[in-house]
Design a binder for this molecule. Sequence first.
Ligand code: DX5
Ligand code: ZN
Length: 213
Amino acid sequence: MKVSVSILSLEQNIRKEVNKLAQTSADYMHLDIMDKEFVKNRSWNYKEIKLLLKGVKKPYDVHLMVCDLKSYIDDFKKLKPEFITFHLEAIDDIDFYINYIKKLKIKVGLSIKPDTDITKLLPYLDKIDLVLVMSVHPGFGGQKFIDESIFKVEYLTQVRMDNDYNFMISVDGGVDDVTVRRVAEADMVVSGSYITSSDNYEEAIESLRLKNN
Ligand code: DX5
Ligand code: ZN
């Protein structure tokens, strides 16, 4: 199981803690970008995140919870992230943005909110690198894992197998050492508050790595 650590819930000495997280074995640093329009919260703009991540070497996993996708992609591409993930619910022209990100040589992720019908992803699954299944309502860290997400992971695993697709399945929100077991078929989990509120980041990260993948 790959682990992408979300820094959203860090409150004190953020730069120092981000640097500590960068020294752990986490596979990615998950950056939750919110515009206070697509969700009820605002996080960092590009300039702020650039300062925050100064000297951090981890690969970035950018999660855009924004409406004005074009301008955010044009900013955040400068970080040279491994993934840029956007929301199916944010725009109409999904194919356009899949191709736009691909042309930048950045892997494309598509995310869905907990209430969105999983079958809406079907037309895009052969074109993307990652599906980000939201297991909380996007906007805030520290929420409770929504169990309906388990079915979505099982469904996606089946569709991927039936069609020989290659996308990764990532689960975001409320993931800790207990809930991770409910989505053991996923390839990656995003975890924020569980890791950042622990006394030992590395131990918390290791507790999320299930043996099966
Ligand atoms: C929610 C974000 C998540 C969240 C994860 O909108 O997308 O990445 O911060 O944090 P926890 O693990 O605290 O739910
Ligand atoms: Zn996220």
